[in-house]
Each structure stands twice: as C-alpha cells, then as structure tokens.
Write a protein that binds this ligand. Structure first.
Ligand SMILES: NC(=O)C1=CN([C@@H]2O[C@H](COP(=O)(O)OP(=O)(O)OC[C@H]3O[C@@H](n4cnc5c(N)ncnc54)[C@H](O)[C@@H]3O)[C@@H](O)[C@H]2O)C=CC1
Ligand SMILES: O=C(O)CCC(=O)C(=O)O
Length: 635
C-alpha cells in the first residue's frame, strides 16, 4: 500500500529565549562583567538592545553590532556561558529530549546567536553541528571577542530569510518555532509553511500577533502536530479557574505546573459560573460558590474541583462522582484557626465585650461586672467532635473549662472531656454551646426554637460551622427574649457574594452578639496551608491518578509509575466492567504491570499500568467499554 502519511516537517528552531530560557549575549555580558562596577548598567543596555532587535524596534544588524561593542567578553567566558546555558534549556524542550534524539535529522537551529555556545548545548539533544546555523565570533590574539563574521548571512538584516534560502529545504514543509520577529519573517518571506510563536519564556505581543499558532510549550507544538511527546497531554491545555480570593500560592503552584490560570476575586453565582465553566479543567472555590448539577452539566472538561476550605456541602459531590470529577478539600489546614477564633469568642461573650466595646465607641463609660464571668470551671458543650471540635476540647480544657461533647459518631474522648449521649443532655448542662458539625443537609436547623429553649438561661451559643445549622430567626428571638446571654455567629444561611454586597440578618443590632463574615478559617497561615495542600492533591491526581484524600472518588494510593503507561478508567459500578477492560487488554496482548481497583456504590476506579508498547487501537477499544465515565492515559 502506498505511504500516504504526510512528510515529517522540518522544524526550524530559534535558540535564544526559545531553545533556552535566556538570551545568551545578555548572560555572557553578565558573566564577563562579574565583579565590575559597570556590570548592572552594561547588562541593562545589552538587554534593551536584545529586546529591540527581537521585537523589531531596532534593526537586527544594528542591535547585534552595538551589543558586541558593549560586550567585554573573552574566549574563556564562553566555557562558563555554555555550562550556564545547559542549566537554562527550556523546560518543555528538555522534557522532550527523546523527541530530538529520535528526529534530530529534521531539526535545524537557525539563530542569530553564536555557534560557539549553541553547538555544545544542542549537541546533547542529538542535533549535529551541520544543523546549527548561527554567527561566529572573531577574537584578537589575547582571546578577546572583537566582533563577528560580517559575511555570515545571519549577522545581517533579513539574515534568517537568506539562511533558509541557502538551506533549500523544499522536500517537506518547514515549521518555524521562535520568539522573535526575525523568526516570523521566514514565514512572511514564504520560506516556511507555519510560524509558531513560542511563548514559554517570553511572549512578545508584536510576534504573537503574527503567529499561525501560539505555543506556550514544546509539548503543545508536538501535540498539535501529532508528534511523539514525553507527556500524555500538554499541561498548558489545562485551565484552572480560581474563585473567592484563594491565596495566590495556589495560582503560583498551578502556573509552575504549566497550567493556564484565571483568577476571579469574589464568588460567582450559578449563572455567572455557567458562563465561565466551559473548557475549565480545574475549578477552585471556597465555601460560597455552589457547584450545582446545572454547572456540572455545562462543565465539559472538568477534571477536578478544589474546595479551598474544609466544607464541601456547596458542591454536588454525587454529581461530580457520577461524571468522574474528583473533589479535594483541605480537611485540616484551617482547623486551628477556627479553634482559636472560638476560644476568643467564648471569652469575648463571657465578658460581654460586644456590648462594652459598642458603648465605648458611643462615648459611654459603663464600668460594671454585670453579666461578666470567667470561663474557668464553666461547661463548654461541643456539638460535633470532629477535627475542630476535638481540638477545641483540648484547648478549652487547658484554660480550665469542663468539656462536654456530643457527636453522632463514636469519637475518641480526649483529656477529661465527657461524652453526652444526646444533644439534649448537652444543651441542658452547657454554659457555652459551640457547633462544629459538618454541613450535611440533615443538619439543617439542628438548633431551632426547641433546642434553644433547652439551653440554660444566660448560656452562650457559637456557630462557626454552617449557616443552615441554626434557625437564625429562632436564635434572634431567644436573644431578644433574654433567654440566651449572647451569641457569636460566623456563618449564615445566606452570605453576601462579594465584599460589596451588604449583609442582612435578624441578628444585626442585638446586644452581646458577635457577628463575623465567615472568617473562621481566614488567617494568613490557614490560607497559605490550604493553597499548598489542595493544588498538591489536584496536581497529583492529574499526573498520577492518585485519589488519596479525594472526598468523592474511591481513594486509591498508587505506587510510583515506572516505565509504564497508566490507563485510568472511571466507570459506573455495574458487574462485568473490570472483566471487559481486561478482555480488551488481553485481546490486544497488552502486558499488565499492575492493576488497582476500588469501587463504591456508584462508581468503580481502575488503574492499570501497562508496558509502553501497545497498539493504539487498544485505547479506542477501552474508551468504548460500556459504562465508561472517563478514561485517560498517563505517561
Ligand atoms: N467558619 C469557618 O470559616 C469554618 C467552618 N468550618 C466548618 O466547621 C465544621 C466542622 O469542621 P471539621 O471539624 O473539620 O469537620 P469534621 O468532619 O472533622 O467533624 C464534624 C463532626 O460533626 C459530627 N456530626 C455531624 N452531624 C452531627 C450532628 N447532627 N450531631 C452531632 N455531631 C454531628 C460528625 O460525626 C463529625 O465528627 C464544618 O461544617 C466546616 O465546614 C470549617 C472551617 C472553617
Ligand atoms: O474560608 C472559607 O472560605 C471557608 C471556610 C470554611 O467554612 C471551611 O473551611 O469549611
């Protein structure tokens, strides 16, 4: 049969700021001027000339001539430069070293830089000297760089065009990859079929504007051209949308991973999120944004949701699960912050600080002990003895409180805390009741008029858990009636979407009531910890399939993936799917190196590590396995 495959293109790659992250002449100046007082000034002048030459605002030959005049470099500096440049090879180029080794015959480095430093750097990628087209330095007898060979076409304006003409690459299309205007000019002159603006290191607007394609990484170039690549998928295609003022650490970590990141300061309501969710792979939220079934319906590329908080009641967890979307939260990162806030609130209410402070602001000096008490020896009733409740138990005992707790699950009793068998038992005894239950729907109005009536006269109530847990009107009535001595509330049934929206509540203006805008976890420490914890989980899941600590997918902790391709399959949990997967693998003689399966009542999660060599048809067949929700290949 005739070979109908299109010929592999010639790939013409620029060196400075494309093959390497840096401009070599700038770096050479920096090396040559080490220890000299004029270093900073001269390097800045050279950099400005480099930029001018790259974006076209200074003619190239002029830029080169003036840079070399400024450069006090010698032959020995070139060795140092080469060592330095080897550490500065662009990440995605380095990652795809195997591609270069395999296809070196199709790759040309065409650069207005200098052969003396380019050749040794690209040699490690299998690119031979004859495929490096670049300038050459001239030296004096003492080894000082004095200039460059003026007859080399690459030292002249339009040099890359002339060089390409001389090369005569006309038996296959030429694709040019570079960051500068001179790279685009090859395409403009009709000597290349496509110009790819390479933006991993620098994005020059004038160059990007001319590009046939803008590629933020070499992975993207290979992916678009269906050429073999080291990664299974270019990371720059992963879009993260981060809402609700998530700490910037998260944005940084996702960007470092190579993802595109969009940051929105406030929350988004359902309609707003619907308008933005298409194409998003990773959604980062805090407690406000509702991830509803409608949002999931529209979320055509969603792989993971990060709850940058503890609570996940704002997310349709089941819906995510049934679509194979992993949800991760930060179960412990802000625990301590809530505990400290609760302790502060207990003391503040016991000393009636909201009343005292408000009077003082009005100019009223009311020095009296009326209604104020020490917390030492008082009974603290903790409802929900999970991570926060149990930690508060330890801290409250340390300041002399007697702790009672009630939890629907059997919990380890810490210190001298006393377990209550019913909520009623706790409410009847406690001087201070603090709520730390999770936000499951069944906890709606866990504390209503009847429960408030059970509380001791003058007792205090804290809600730092979720707004719907307390019937807020009933609480306002109990406070107005003077039955409770005070309350502290951080969470509300409805919370303003942004800082610009006013806050409305029946609790406003009531005496000895502390109101805070859902800031239990809002400390620098907690936010930073969360912004590290959640991205690490999500990136781990994307890269390896590890679901350990996912709140909705079956948790599998995977061994490191070695010399294998990993097939990740999420399916509806009905009998026979695993057998079907394995039949497909057997039918294509795929060698299985390891297989891991976990199911829950809704879905099954199977990871199969296989030998790297297999027929691509197997991938198509696995996608077609009945009951498949999501399938991806990782390597
Ligand atoms: N105000 C804020 O900024 C913050 C609020 N939170 C909220 O604090 C709450 C607790 O967080 P964690 O301790 O980390 O959760 P957790 O899941 O470790 O503990 C919750 C405990 O409540 C228990 N529970 C659930 N329903 C109950 C009920 N009806 N009666 C008695 N016990 C019940 C559970 O068995 C569990 O032990 C969550 O609602 C979370 O969303 C968490 C962090 C910050
Ligand atoms: O800080 C936030 O946005 C939410 C804190 C919270 O309620 C949680 O972690 O569950």
């Amino acid at each position: 049969m005739a070979n109908t495959a299109p010929p592999l293109p010639y790939i013409v790659i620029d060196f400075d700021s494309t093959f390497t992250q840096v401009e070599a002449l700038d770096e050479l100046a920096d090396i040559a001027l080490r220890g000299r007082p004029e270093r900073e000034q001269v390097v800045a002048q050279i950099k400005a000339l480099t930029d001018g030459g790259m974006d076209g605002s200074v003619s190239f030959s002029e830029s080169l001539r003036r840079r070399i005049e400024l450069l006090p470099a010698r032959r020995e500096h070139l060795h140092l430069l080469v060592e330095h440049l080897r550490t500065k090879v662009t990440e995605s180029i380095r990652r795809n070293q195997a591609f270069f080794q395999q296809y070196a015959a199709r790759v040309y480095i065409v650069s207005s830089g200098f052969r003396e430093f380019i050749e040794p750097v690209v040699a490690e990628f299998g690119i031979p000297p004859e495929q490096v087209l670049a300038n050459t330095f001239t030296f004096d007898a003492e080894g000082r760089i004095t200039g460059f060979d003026p007859d080399n076409p690459l030292s002249q304006d339009g040099g890359k065009i002339r060089q390409l003409r001389l090369m005569g690459l006309d038996d296959a299309p030429v694709y040019v990859l570079g960051d500068g205007i001179t790279d685009y000019q090859i395409r403009e002159a009709g000597l290349a079929a496509r110009f790819y603006a390479f933006t991993e290191n620098v994005a020059r607007p004038a160059v990007v504007a001319q590009a046939d394609e803008v590629v933020p990484s070499f992975d993207e170039f290979l992916y678009q051209n269906k050429l073999p690549m080291t990664l299974s998928y270019p990371k720059n295609r992963i879009r993260a949308l981060l809402l609700e003022n998530i700490d910037p650490t998260a944005e940084r970590l996702f960007r470092e991973e190579g993802y595109q990141v969009e940051v929105v300061p406030g929350g988004l309501d359902e309609e707003e999120l619907l308008a933005r969710i298409e194409g998003v792979s990773i959604l980062g939220i805090r407690s406000k944004t509702q991830v509803t079934p409608r949002v999931l319906e529209r979320a055509n590329r969603l792989v993971a949701v990060g709850a940058f908080c503890i609570g996940t009641n704002q997310i349709d967890l089941l819906g995510c699960m049934q679509r194979g979307i992993a949800v991760f939260n930060a179960p412990f990162s802000n625990t301590r912050s809530v505990v400290e806030l609760a302790l502060g609130e207990i003391i503040a209410l016991a000393r009636r600080l909201p009343v005292k402070s408000e009077q003082m602001h009005r100019g009223v000096w009311d020095k009296s002990a009326h209604g104020a008490f020490e917390i030492r020896g008082k009974k603290l009733g903790i409802v929900g003895y999970g991570n926060i409740g149990s930690q508060l138990s330890v801290v409250a005992e340390a300041v002399g409180m007697q702790v009672l707790y009630y939890d629907i699950a059997e919990k380890l009793q810490l210190g001298n805390a006393t377990k209550c068998r019913t909520l009623e038992e706790l409410l009847r005894q406690a001087d201070v009741v603090t709520l730390h239950v999770d936000g499951r729907p069944e906890n709606t109005h866990l504390i209503g008029a009847a429960e408030l009536a059970l509380m001791k006269p003058g007792a205090l109530l804290l809600n730092n858990a979720r707004g719907h847990v307390v019937d807020i009107d009933a609480l306002a009535d109990a406070l107005r009636a003077g039955h409770l001595g005070g309350a502290s509330v951080d969470v509300f049934p409805y919370e303003p979407k942004t800082n610009d929206e006013p806050f409305a509540s029946p609790l406003r203006g009531l005496p000895n009531v502390l109101l805070t805008p859902h800031v239990g976890g809002s400390t620098a420490e907690a936010q930073r910890n969360i912004a590290e914890f959640v991205p690490e989980r999500i990136i781990g899941y994307v890269n390896t399939g590890n679901t350990l600590q996912s709140v909705n997918l079956p948790n599998i902790q995977l061994p490191p993936q070695q010399q294998a391709h990993r097939l990740i399959h999420i399916h509806h949990n009905v009998p026979g799917v695993l057998a079907h997967i394995n039949n497909v693998l057997a039918a294509h003689s795929v060698n299985i190196l390891g297989q891991y399966l976990k199911t829950n009542e809704h879905i099954g999660y199977v990871i199969t590590d296989v030998n790297r060599e297999y027929d691509q048809e197997v991938i198509k067949a696995l996608r077609q396995v009945e009951q498949t929700i999501k399938f991806r290949v990782l390597y």
